[in-house]
Design a binder for this molecule. Structure first.
Ligand code: HEM
Length: 104
């Protein structure tokens, strides 16, 4: 049974925003590594996973290409509170406020 406490043990500094933890990591999303299974695992895993992988990348690339982003109110990345709220899609407890401006 996956509990939040169990997941905290699987990741170092689990509650900190460290996307670089995935760089050069053997952990991937394809259902073999149970600490990270966004599309489930096994025979009932998501058959549609290819679609969001491509479209999410496309959307993200377009946002990064056309906008500059800054944290609202001059907040610093290291001060972000990454606490999660309960829910099916694991929302943030405190909303992330960013200011987007057209890239120069
Ligand atoms: C970011 C997008 C998506 C995420 C995170 C996601 C995630 C998941 C997860 C976690 C499951 C349950 C797997 C399990 O029970 O072990 C699932 C099942 C499923 N997903 Fe997705 N999914 C996404 C998009 C899609 C899309 C775009 C489609 C179809 C075009 C799709 C079709 C399905 C179907 C049919 C199942 C049921 C599979 C079964 O029970 O055999 N999903 N998905």
């Amino acid at each position: 049974m996956f509990t939040f406490q169990y997941i905290l043990k699987l990741w170092r500094d689990a509650e900190e925003f460290k996307p670089e933890r995935f760089l050069d990591s053997p952990v991937d999303f394809k259902g073999q590594h149970f600490q990270f299974i966004p599309f489930g695992s096994g025979r009932r895993s998501c058959p549609g996973s290819a679609f969001p992988l491509i479209t999410a990348e496309l959307a993200l690339v377009n946002l990064i290409c056309y906008f500059d982003f800054a944290l609202a109110g001059g907040a610093r990345p290291e001060d972000l509170d990454m606490t999660e709220a309960p829910g099916i899609v694991t929302p943030r407890k405190i909303p992330l406020l960013v200011v987007a401006s057209l890239a120069s």
